[in-house]
Design a protein around this ligand. Structure first.
Ligand code: LLP
Length: 420
């Protein structure tokens, strides 16, 4: 039973009508299904049954406090990439021991903050970072647990902006430099080597890049341990794609059955495993509701101008990403028959401000549309461009709809500013 689906002529999130939410809270409005998040999580949990595994939700995908709370309550750890994310996830009730800290540009202040709250592990991305982290840890009389992010040089076959495991990317330590970096880490007084990690990209829809990356990582585990440095955990990153438009990524449990077979074959089956999924846990658990403001027919293009824009939904403008767009209450007749082909665009003053191109829809001004697959990398990437306040957010749990973020007012957007 899908958690976001039509019942009769009403698009529902669990037991709540989206048309009611739009009327009550206004638009643009993000609406998430708690059950959809938990069911995405359950696919990973099934995959790891009987294993030592820690799922660290990559909170950059959607970092709203109540969303973090759902995953914290479900026992997840978190992958963070800034001091801001760390503060945010602790405010949501996360256990710091289950937090890991990734990213190529951690500052000394962020390292200090993370050491002081006692995070579980730093995913270190360069040799220079090792030296700085050791120095910071020594100055606090602490030891930092580290895992080195290695770059396996495999092509994740995804959009170039979200591919991270190739040699030309800024991420991780090159495969051939990894052993030297591990020796270096093991020699530093402020560090305790605990793991290895890799992350090859995002919106990955094929299994092969994962299998290749796992082989490369396990080769390194063998070499590093032969050099006398034990590897307690293997963190295999995130990146599993979702279905935006007929995409067919592997299911999390099926993918992990294949990956775990590789671990078993090399005798690493009982190692602690960690993963950092983001999009696959929240992407298809959310929609963005937007109202049609104007229809603007033209000679070359018909435009459907809506009240959500690139500041709310930046993925189309940034990556030419596709999101399905459907009416919350389809007009009599059918969704596609007799529809007109529109470019669905927002009010922001840029031609790049589009949400969908060449979509057949039967709509009128005042209708509410739902932009699907909007749970990941939408609200967390939203901005105030054009002094547009960020949207409100609702978390649906069964029949209950909780307002989890108020709509930002214009005043909120300039509250920290000062005239001279
Ligand atoms: N771990 C690391 C180290 C990462 O860099 C990322 C994502 C993840 C985990 C989670 O990846 P996921 O499971 O969500 O694919 N804004 C882009 C996606 C950027 C992903 C960046 N790193 C988009 O909207 O498509």
């Amino acid at each position: 039973q899908p958690h976001i689906a039509y019942q009769g002529d009403q698009l529902m999130v669990e037991c709540v009508r989206l048309s009611d939410l739009a009327r009550e809270h206004g638009t643009p409005l993000f609406v998430y299904s708690k059950a959809a998040m938990l069911s995405a999580l359950a696919a990973y949990q099934r995959g790891f049954a009987g294993r030592k595994a820690q799922i660290c939700y990559a909170m950059k995908a959607n970092s709203t406090l109540a969303v973090l709370q759902v995953f914290a309550d479900a026992g997840c750890g978190f992958d963070t990439v800034s001091g801001g994310e760390l503060a945010r996830v602790l405010a949501a009730g996360a256990d710091p021991a289950k937090v890991i800290f990734s990213g190529v540009g951690k500052t000394r202040a962020e390292m200090k903050q993370a050491l002081q709250v006692g995070i579980g592990c730093f995913n270190v991305e360069s040799e220079a970072e090792l030296d700085v982290l050791s120095e910071v840890a020594v100055s606090l009389n602490l030891k930092a647990s580290v895992s080195l992010r290695v770059n396996p040089n495999v092509d994740a076959k995804t959009h170039p902006y979200i591919s991270t495991g190739l040699k030309g990317n800024k991420f991780g330590i090159a495969h051939e430099d990894a052993l030297r970096a591990y020796r270096h880490a093991a020699s530093l007084p402020g560090l305790q080597v605990v793991g290895i990690d890799c992350h090859i990209g995002s919106q990955i829809t094929e299994t092969t890049p994962y299998l290749d990356a796992m082989d490369r990582v396990l080769d390194l585990v063998g070499e590093i341990e032969a050099a006398g440095i034990p590897i307690q955990h293997i963190d295999f990153g995130g990146g599993l794609g979702i279905n935006y438009n007929g995409d067919t990524p592997p299911e999390a449990d099926a993918l992990w059955a294949q990956l775990l077979a590789k671990l078993d074959a090399r005798g690493y089956g009982q190692r602690q495993i960690m993963i950092e999924p983001g999009r696959s846990l929240v992407g298809n658990a959310g929609v963005c509701l937007t109202e049609v403001l104007y229809l603007k027919p033209g000679e070359q293009k018909n435009f459907c101008i809506v009240d959500a824009a690139m500041n709310d939904l930046p993925r189309p403008a940034m990556y030419q990403a596709f999101h399905q767009i459907v009416p919350v209450t389809p007009r009599a007749g059918s969704v596609t028959a007799d529809g007109t082909v529109y470019d669905i665009v927002g009010p922001v003053c840029e031609s790049g401000d589009w949400i969908g191109k060449d979509r057949q829809l039967q709509v009128a001004a005042g209708d509410v549309l739902a932009v699907l697959s909007a749970g990941a990398y939408c609200m967390s990437m939203a901005s105030n461009y054009n002094t547009r306040g960020r949207a409100a957010e609702i978390l649906v749990d069964g029949t209950k709809a909780h307002l989890i973020r108020q709509r930002e007012s214009a005043f909120d957007t300039f509250a920290l500013e000062q005239l001279v």
